[in-house]
Design a protein around this ligand. Structure first.
Ligand code: 0X9
Ligand code: ZN
Length: 309
């Protein structure tokens, strides 16, 4: 069991995954997606009441910490694990859906944020010039219109890397997506902050089912708004390019293009007391609330995606 009084470290999460696999061997197993640039295992939870390998159930994939400074996204996926595996409060969600949950999508970056809190990218040194500017923005490194709305400059926060999937972390996520592409109904890449549910594509081109994407996102947003922290603003829903900015090589766009019809970038709110806030930092009293609110949205989205599967 893991608490929500603080945000846990990479090592703690890693140990927790093993603990779950030990305590719930019939529903939980741990997958190894490969290794990060610095060699850390990229491990994810597979949750299935039947055998994960041979079933036709839809899969919902949740992911957090692709951007390492977006700490509050971690308790959001851990909360989902808690509800699906430990509490099992909504048994239909585990009966009808298989889940893939990747809590630390960028392990090296996350470990590095313990000393440099605002680090966003991974820690790859491949492109450094004169020992400066490590790191690739993993959410610009996927193969969907790669390199068209991102930075070619190594020091920029949205540096896209040498080529699509040049980074072991994005390649590992690609492989997880592809392995389950035929039954992936929903992919949620959880980020922060801004209170938004965004869908592709990052160049502003809408997929044929955009109205469905929008409808399900609105339903998710409404479910969250009903229970949200009162001083936080309502969620905004829309195409990334239309409501925020153009972005290429995003994980959620890649997932939608090859696998999941319902694919979103979920931007959690900033959870702070002070109005002089920095939205990447999280006041501890909001950690469980963040998990709870996000879960309200995930439930609605997962049920809709599974019903349409
Ligand atoms: O820019 C990003 O990577 C995301 N915002 S963040 O502040 N967390 O960095 C939004 C990406 C959304 N992209 C697509 N839906 N394509
Ligand atoms: Zn992000």
């Amino acid at each position: 069991r893991i608490g929500f009084e603080r945000i846990h470290t990479y090592e703690e999460v890693d140990a927790y995954l093993d603990e779950l696999a030990r305590d719930y061997p019939n529903v939980v197993s741990v997958g190894l997606g490969g290794r990060s640039f610095e060699g850390r295992p990229i491990r994810y939870l597979k949750i299935s009441t039947t055998n994960f390998q041979d079933t036709n159930k839809p899969v919902v994939m949740l992911q957090s910490l692709l951007h390492s400074r977006e700490w509050v996204t971690l308790p959001a996926t851990l909360y989902a694990i808690q509800k699906l595996v430990v509490d099992v409060t909504e048994s239909d969600l585990v009966q009808n859906i298989d889940w893939i949950i990747l809590p630390v999508a960028n392990p090296d970056g996350y470990v590095y944020t313990q000393i440099d809190r605002y680090w966003r990218k991974n820690r790859s040194t491949t492109n450094m010039i004169g020992g400066h500017c490590p790191g690739v923005d993993l959410n610009r490194n996927f193969d969907y219109v790669w390199g068209t709305a991102s930075s070619p400059y190594i020091c920029e926060e949205d540096f896209h890397g040498g080529s699509a999937f040049s980074e072991p972390e994005s390649a590992a996520i690609r492989d997880i997506i592809l392995e389950h592409s035929s039954r992936m109904a929903m992919y949620l890449d959880i980020h922060s902050f801004g209170s938004m549910i965004l869908y592709g594509y990052g160049d502003g081109v809408l997929p044929p089912h955009a109205l469905h994407l929008n409808l399900v996102a609105v339903q998710m947003a409404q479910a969250i708004d009903r229970v949200k922290w009162p001083s936080n603003k309502n969620y905004i829903v829309g195409n990334i390019r239309h409501v925020l900015y153009a972005a290429s090589g995003c994980a959620s766009d890649y997932a939608m293009s090859v696998a999941a019809p319902y694919s979103y970038t979920y931007e959690l709110p900033a959870y702070r007391n002070s109005i002089w806030f920095d939205g990447f930092l999280v006041d501890p009293e909001f950690i469980e609330q963040a998990g709870f609110e996000t879960w309200e949205g995930i439930k609605v989205g997962a049920r809709a995606a599974a019903a349409a599967f």
